[in-house]
Design a protein around this ligand. Structure first.
Ligand SMILES: Cc1cc2nc3c(=O)[nH]c(=O)nc-3n(C[C@H](O)[C@H](O)[C@H](O)COP(=O)(O)OP(=O)(O)OC[C@H]3O[C@@H](n4cnc5c(N)ncnc54)[C@H](O)[C@@H]3O)c2cc1C
Length: 394
């Protein structure tokens, strides 16, 4: 019997994990199955571009993984039984079950309404392809002078507001943020951000808590109405509820709690990567949900799985950050350099150079998915299923 590795989710984290496993384990004794609901790889970091009418390159997963040794299974994951080591799915043929020996859980995240009334009914989001396409259709319907309110002053809110304002200068775009605009950034980056908002004519509602969303706009905690024909909710991401419904140890956010090798602290045959994992970063603080964490956690998990199955030392590196790259439309951006634990350094790159850096990073991330095994050296090893090897930090 071959060792069955099942990877759930083919986003940045799951697709990279599956590819790396395929390059490192011998096909004679391993089978790798990648389960994903969407037939295409979804470039989530460009959802604000999709929502504003830009078209993204299609990347069908079956084409991408053809010949790599990874079997793509297009199916919706409905449940995981970590005690029986099975995954419940629904695909075109109806309900089914997949058994695993090792599971890599990478189902990512979706928009969270943060418990605010009216968000689910009246707000749009750009957390996924379907919702971004819904917003795209709604924006296309808006006449000149219509108002769009983006709620959330984080990276996604800033990218959404600037993208909408740049692509539709005929609309009145506003952003509501709980804090000050970009208040976590360096002085240089913050000044640049404010100037970009001024240039694009985006109205700011800073230090504003949104307590409700209605068909005609949002209402603040103080009861002030902010009228908008379209409200875009970017105030939070939440993980899919599948993990929390298992006996896996999960955090209050529903993320699977993992050690430095991305292995579940409660179930050694389960690994979690990307947004779905609660992993400690460089200074012990949790990694933020991002592509910047998703890819290194995928590599970490794949390398640890291979090491454990083939009886080699298990690498346990601390994952750290180098920068936060924020697009401000297509012609402007900020590259904020950060410490490994994500605190801003005084230096930042802005303008066209930052646009080039951001584009290079996004293209590289998508390229690595489209060519899943191209840059990974072939080191296909046989499984020995040795005793637990020691963990080393390399
Ligand atoms: C607009 C926007 C801009 C962003 N910009 C940046 C940025 O500049 N830099 C950065 O680092 N991060 C950015 N992010 C965050 C980043 O996109 C996510 O953190 C990243 O996509 C997480 O990767 P993942 O593989 O964990 O999950 P995902 O990319 O969400 O992939 C999860 C996969 O699982 C599949 N799936 C989910 N549920 C099921 C199910 N039940 N059954 C089967 N399949 C399922 C999905 O179809 C998807 O393919 C941005 C996000 C958004 C929305």
């Amino acid at each position: 019997m071959k060792h069955q590795i099942v990877v759930l989710g083919a986003g940045y984290a799951g697709a990279n994990a599956a590819a790396r496993l395929a390059k490192r384990l011998h096909r004679a004794d391993t089978e790798i199955t990648l389960v994903n609901a969407d037939p295409e790889f979804v470039e989530r970091v460009r959802m604000h571009q999709l929502a504003t009418g830009q078209d993204l390159k299609p990347r069908p997963l079956t084409d991408v993984f053809a010949g790599t040794g990874v079997q793509v299974r297009l199916a919706w994951v409905t449940a995981v039984d970590v005690d029986r080591e099975t995954v419940d799915i629904v695909d075109a043929d109806g309900p089914g079950e997949i058994a695993y020996d090792t599971l890599v859980y990478a189902l990512g995240s979706a928009a969270a309404d943060c418990g605010v009334p009216g968000v689910a009914e009246h707000a749009h989001d750009i957390a996924g392809k379907r919702s971004a396409l819904r917003l795209r259709a709604r924006l296309a319907d808006l006449a000149a002078g219509a108002t769009v309110l983006v709620v959330g002053g984080g990276l996604t809110g800033i990218e959404a507001a600037t993208e909408i304002a740049e692509s539709r200068p005929d609309l009145e775009v506003a952003l509501a943020a709980r804090g000050g605009l970009g208040d976590w950034l360096s002085d240089k980056a913050r000044r640049h951000l404010r100037a970009a908002f001024d240039r694009l004519g985006i109205t700011l509602h800073e230090h504003t808590d949104i307590a409700g969303v209605e068909p005609t706009g949002a209402v603040t905690a103080e009861g002030r109405a902010i009228p908008a024909q379209v409200t875009v909710w970017t105030a939070g991401f939440a993980v899919h509820p599948v993990a929390a419904a298992t006996t896996l140890q999960v955090s209050t956010t529903g993320q699977i709690v993992v050690d430095d090798t991305m292995r579940s602290v409660s179930h050694p045959d389960v690994y979690a990567v990307g947004d779905a994992a609660l992993a400690a970063g460089a200074s012990g603080t949790p990694l933020r949900m991002s592509c910047a964490s998703g890819v290194p956690t995928a590599y970490q998990a794949a390398d640890a799985i291979v090491a454990r199955l083939t009886g080699r030392p298990v690498p346990a590196n601390k994952i750290g950050y180098t920068g936060q790259c924020i697009s401000l439309g297509r012609r402007d951006a900020i590259m904020q350099w950060v410490t490994p634990d994500d605190r801003p350094k005084p230096s930042a790159v802005t303008g066209r150079m930052a646009v080039r850096i951001k584009e290079t990073i996004c293209k590289a991330a998508a390229w690595s998915i489209s060519h899943p095994t191209s840059m990974v050296p072939v080191r296909r090893r046989h499984i020995v299923l040795a005793d637990e090897p020691r963990t080393t930090t390399v």
